[in-house]
Design a protein around this ligand. Structure first.
Ligand SMILES: Cc1cc2nc3c(=O)[nH]c(=O)nc-3n(C[C@H](O)[C@H](O)[C@H](O)COP(=O)(O)O)c2cc1C
Length: 324
């Protein structure tokens, strides 16, 4: 068991296992589990990196394996192996335990783990009499205006703005109430969009395995495996305007971004916290969610482990330039 430094926080984590990669055919995932939380840290190795480790461990030797990001490296010493990663993260495992796992894993053939997902339509729990074509907003309004089922003190928009703070540490033991999820989803649908063509799609990820795969597609950011995970995708084909394709793509990117921002504010107003994920591999995410639509961001939401004050910003006089 070791102490991992991660940003300003310290977690206790223990090496757990090696399993086939979800994404690369010959790759594998090394997993550490947090001792006190239902969370995990994952390192994805390609075939070549894994083979290098295998060779060193097989010979009972020591050595360094550099990973393809050209920063991270694995230091194999006699007693402990250190995985020195980007963003100050360092994971450790006893070399004897790693050797046992690597040799066992290498001994048997492994297939990547494909998961079939079946997208479904989303139906909020609120019931309305009937939604006619000329009353399309009836259900949306019903969800948005449904009575809050607990006292949320921050529902004033400016208070929400003034107190919002991203979190990367969710209280995974606390489930998000369904009515809050519905309001967050509905909030996305209230954002302005170019020509009102709503050039975006929102993918609500409920599947736990898919969440884990998204961690991998988002540069192994572990907090992507959050209680509520929303992938915002751009859909330029919906923007039926007579402009060049690059303008339609720009519009749909702005549509998807605004929608995510509305959901993020809604989450804060409901006493939740979130982290916006822009660092993602678009192709991997498309593959995972089985969509042709490009993802623009992933919004990860949950109850924060700890409420923290907002981060400081530059002074308004530096931000705003006045042209008279
Ligand atoms: C476009 C964009 C991309 C971001 N991408 C990431 C990301 O990939 N990973 C991450 O941990 N945070 C990401 N963030 C969150 C920012 O780091 C965070 O919002 C910023 O530090 C300000 O903190 P605050 O939201 O608490 O005010 C992103 C935010 C934005 C707006």
């Amino acid at each position: 068991m070791i102490l991992i430094e991660y940003g300003l926080f310290f977690f206790m984590a223990e090496f757990s296992k090696i399993e086939p990669s979800y994404i690369s055919k010959d790759g594998c995932r090394l997993i550490w589990k947090e001792v006190e939380e239902d969370d995990q840290h994952v390192i994805v190795l390609n075939k070549d990196e894994f083979e290098q480790i295998f060779e060193i461990l097989l010979k009972d030797s020591t050595g360094i394996v550099r990973l393809e990001d050209e920063y991270s490296r694995i230091l194999i010493n006699t007693d402990v192996t250190q995985f020195q990663l980007k963003e100050l993260k360092t994971l450790e495992v006893k070399t004897s335990i790693l050797r046992k796992n690597v040799l066992e894993y290498r001994n048997v053939p492994h297939e990547p783990k494909p998961i079939k997902i079946y997208p479904k339509e989303f139906y909020p729990s609120i019931e309305i009499e009937k939604e006619d074509d000329d009353e399309q907003n009836k259900l949306l309004n019903a969800v948005l205006t449904s009575k809050n089922k607990d006292t949320v003190s921050e529902s004033d928009l400016f208070r929400v703005m003034a107190t919002r703070r991203s979190t990367r540490n969710f209280d995974v033991s606390k489930a998000i109430e369904q009515w809050k999820i519905e309001k967050i989803l509905a909030a996305a649908d209230t954002a302005p969009t170019a020509g009102n063509f709503q050039g975006f799609k929102l993918v609500y990820i409920k599947n736990k395995e898919i969440k884990k795969r998204l961690v991998e597609a988002a540069n192994n950011q572990p907090y992507v495996n959050a209680p509520l995970v929303l992938v915002f995708c751009i859909d330029p084909s919906r923007v039926k305007m007579n402009f060049p394709p690059e303008i339609l793509t720009k519009f749909s990117l702005q549509d998807a971004t605004l929608a995510a921002a509305y959901s993020q504010l809604a989450a804060s107003a409901l006493g939740l916290s979130s982290i916006w994920i822009g660092m993602l591999d678009e192709e991997k995410v498309k593959q995972i969610i089985e969509s042709d639509l490009k993802p623009s961001s992933i919004l990860c939401i949950g109850y924060p482990q700890q409420k923290r004050p907002p981060k400081s910003r530059r002074k308004l006089k530096e931000l705003i330039q006045v042209i008279e």
